[in-house]
Design a protein around this ligand. Sequence first.
Ligand SMILES: NC(=O)C1=CN([C@@H]2O[C@H](COP(=O)(O)OP(=O)(O)OC[C@H]3O[C@@H](n4cnc5c(N)ncnc54)[C@H](O)[C@@H]3O)[C@@H](O)[C@H]2O)C=CC1
Ligand SMILES: O=C(O)[C@@H]1CCC=N1
Length: 280
Amino acid sequence: MTDTQAPTLSGAIAFIGGGNMARSLIGGLVARGQAASTIRVAEPVQALRDALQRDFGVTCAERADIAADGAAVWVLAVKPQVMRQVCTELSALAQAQRPLVISIAAGITAEQLDRWLGGGMAVVRAMPNTPALLGVGITGLYANAASTSAQRNSASALLEAVGPTVWIDDEARMDAVTAVSGSGPAYVFLLAEAMQAAGVAQGLSPGAARALVQQTLLGAATMLVKSDEPADVLRARVTSPGGTTQAAVETFEAGGLRELVARAIAAATERGRQLSAAND
Ligand SMILES: NC(=O)C1=CN([C@@H]2O[C@H](COP(=O)(O)OP(=O)(O)OC[C@H]3O[C@@H](n4cnc5c(N)ncnc54)[C@H](O)[C@@H]3O)[C@@H](O)[C@H]2O)C=CC1
Ligand SMILES: O=C(O)[C@@H]1CCC=N1
């Protein structure tokens, strides 16, 4: 895994929306050397503003235009359902100041963001994930044609503070990125829940089941990252012929695990497309 590093951004960064994902990004940025004094957040919920201010020392405002005014980079971190309204309210400021606009919203396209902001904007779509908080996120990036290479580098620098980035050439594939890595941590947490419950059902204490599952997922993920071998080879090394792993893997295969995962990721990809159409 590549080490994350302090971003090399000049000018202020304004987060519009201070919810779960903004918090993960801000926490990751501050932990990796981005000065808190360069980060502003617009968030209507007072309790969230107070927590961001207390935990990271960033400056918070209730209104989007106050946080955005004068910032070189705007990170739009609101739900897709309110993105149009938020952009429309910021469009006069966007036209006057021409910031780099980075949206982390699922589904919403660069064309929609540009149109709602009044046109001619440099827009980068970013799809991070919540492990960003610990510097072990991954982000898919797509830049529209109006973005300069310096702006693309700024977007990379910002997101690389919280993990590696992958540039995506075809914007249509951003919904697949969202389905695989944006939502992906939730699939692993679901697996953890199921493994813990199954361990308890087999007689383990909840504490022992939790410890065993946590370290097993960490160990397996570390092997996936550090080893040159693909996942199927690593799996084969655990699977003694006629042994316990084979009994479990055959049960997964007979139950259609691969097909179920494919259907789940297809559903998430399709939901991204729907979020774009439904909120235009
Ligand atoms: N949670 C995740 O794992 C990921 C989320 N995303 C995207 O990030 C975006 C935010 O998602 P979450 O953080 O999960 O949602 P969230 O609901 O935790 O955060 C959104 C925040 O926006 C605030 N907000 C609403 N209207 C606003 C306005 N007019 N101005 C400023 N702030 C406003 C809300 O009060 C809320 O705190 C979504 O578009 C989502 O698709 C992307 C990658 C991963
Ligand atoms: O569930 C969602 O819509 C957002 C996007 C990726 C992760 N959370």
